[in-house]
Design a protein around this ligand. Structure first.
Ligand SMILES: Cc1ncc(COP(=O)(O)O)c(C=O)c1O
Length: 360
C-alpha cells in the first residue's frame, strides 16, 4: 500500500535527538528557543512560541486575544475538529461561514455574509486548508472594516504564500502544527506566531501554567510546552521544509497534468498563491467506487473530512445549528485525498495516475 502520508526523518534529526538525550536537558532547553527563532525568521514574523501541539497553539492564540464566554468567532465548517474546538475551549461560540467550492477555504463573500449575520462576532479564524492560502486581500479588508481580530490556522500550510507573503503573517496571530503527517514534523508539536509582543508574552505564560516568574502564577495556564527533544527534530525538519514543499508541488503538478478522468475533479490553485499541497484532494460524485478502486490497487487515501464540524454530535448537542453550509456539505460527500507527500517515488506517482485514470 502506498501510504497517504509519510514523515521523512533523516540522520540529522536522529543525531540531534541523541545529542539532546545525552545532554540531559530533555524538557526545557536551548533547542526550544532556537526552533522558535528559526521559525519566526522563516516566516518573517517577530515572535514564535513552541507548544505541545497544533491544538494547544490554537488554544493559546484564542486565549491570547481574550476570547471568552459570550464571544463569537467566525470560522470554517470544513476543517479538522481542532480549529473550532479551540473556540470551545475558551467558552466562546463558533459560527460558520461556508467555503468556496474551488479553494475549500472561506471566500471573502461568504465571510462578508457571516459578518452581516453575526455583527457581534469578535474574531475570524481562517484555515488555509490542504496548504492553499485563503483569498487574503478580501479577507483582510473585511476584517479591517469590521474591527475583527484575525487568527490563522496554518496547521496544513507551512511555507504557503499569498502574493509572495507567507501565511501566518496576515493576522493578529497564527497557529501551526508539527504532527507527523504535516509538511514538517516535530513528532507532536505546534507553534504560535505573532508580531504582537504582549500577545506573545501572554501565550508564553498560558502554555506554562500562567507562570510570570518561577512559581508565581498570574493566570490559569496549562502545561502546553514543547520539549527540547521535539524541538531538536523540528529544527532539522525546518531546514528541509522548502525542499519538501517543492517535492509536494512537483507531485501535485504531475497529477494536474496527467490525471484525466471525467469522473474526477482535480485540485484548483489560484495563480497568486503558493500552494504547498499538504493534501492533494480529488472530488468524485461516486466517491465510494473511487475509494474501493484505490484500496484494491493499494493506493492509500483519506477523507478530509467526511462530516462537517457543525454536524458533529458534540456541536449539534451544544448548539443545535439549524443553518446549512451547502458547499461544505457537498464537498464532504465528494472529497478524497491521494498521496502527495515528498516520500513518493516517480514510479509510485506514475502508478497512482494510472490507477486514478483507470477508474470507470
Ligand atoms: C487544520 C488543522 N488545525 C489544527 C490541527 C491540530 O494540530 P495537532 O494535531 O498538532 O494538535 C490540525 C491537525 O491535524 C489541522 O489539520
Amino acid at each position: 500500500m502506498i501510504p497517504i502520508a509519510q514523515p521523512l526523518i533523516g540522520i540529522e534529526e536522529e543525531n540531534k535527538v541523541i545529542e539532546v538525550l545525552n545532554s540531559k536537558m530533555l524538557a526545557q532547553g536551548e533547542y526550544v528557543k532556537q526552533f522558535e527563532s528559526d521559525f519566526a525568521n522563516y516566516l518573517g514574523a517577530k515572535y514564535a512560541t513552541a507548544t505541545s501541539s497544533g491544538t494547544s497553539a490554537l488554544h493559546a492564540v484564542m486565549d491570547g486575544l481574550s476570547i471568552s464566554p459570550g464571544d463569537k468567532v467566525i470560522t470554517t465548517p470544513f476543517s479538522f475538529i481542532a480549529s473550532a474546538n479551540a473556540i470551545l475551549y475558551c467558552g466562546a461560540e463558533p459560527v460558520f461561514a461556508d467555503i468556496d467550492p474551488q479553494t475549500y477555504n472561506i471566500s471573502p463573500d461568504n465571510l462578508a455574509a457571516a459578518v452581516k449575520k453575526h455583527p457581534d462576532a469578535k474574531a475570524v479564524l481562517m484555515v488555509h486548508l490542504y496548504g492553499l492560502p485563503a483569498d487574503m486581500d478580501g479577507i483582510c479588508q473585511i476584517v479591517k472594516e469590521n474591527s475583527l481580530y484575525l487568527l490563522e490556522d496554518c496547521a496544513q500550510a507551512h511555507g504557503a504564500a499569498y502574493k509572495g507573503k507567507k501565511v501566518g503573517t496576515f493576522g493578529d496571530a497564527a497557529a501551526f502544527s508539527f504532527y507527523p503527517t504535516k509538511n514538517i514534523t516535530s513528532v507532536e508539536g505546534g507553534m504560535v506566531v505573532t508580531n504582537n509582543h504582549q500577545l506573545n508574552q501572554r501565550v508564553k505564560m498560558f502554555i506554562n501554567h500562567g507562570q510570570s516568574k518561577r512559581y508565581h502564577h498570574d493566570l490559569l495556564g496549562y502545561n502546553f510546552r514543547m520539549t527540547n527533544i521535539h524541538a531538536a527534530v523540528g529544527i532539522e525538519q525546518l531546514k528541509k521544509l522548502d525542499e519538501f514543499n517543492q517535492q509536494r508541488i512537483e507531485n501535485a503538478e504531475y497529477y494536474l497534468k496527467h490525471i484525466k478522468n471525467p469522473r474526477v475533479t482535480l485540485s484548483y490553485k489560484p495563480d497568486d498563491c503558493t500552494h504547498v499541497y499538504h493534501q492533494f484532494t480529488l472530488q468524485s460524485e461516486e466517491r465510494e467506487g473511487l475509494i474501493n478502486h484505490l484500496h484494491k490497487n493499494e493506493v492509500g487515501y483519506a477523507i478530509h473530512y467526511p462530516l462537517i464540524i457543525p454536524r458533529q454530535k458534540l456541536y449539534q448537542r451544544k448548539f443545535n445549528y439549524q443553518e446549512s453550509w451547502p458547499v461544505a456539505e457537498e464537498v464532504a460527500q465528494r472529497c478524497v485525498s491521494i498521496p502527495v507527500h515528498p516520500g513518493l517515488t516517480p514510479k509510485q506517482r506514475q502508478y497512482i495516475v494510472e490507477v486514478v485514470n483507470s477508474y470507470v
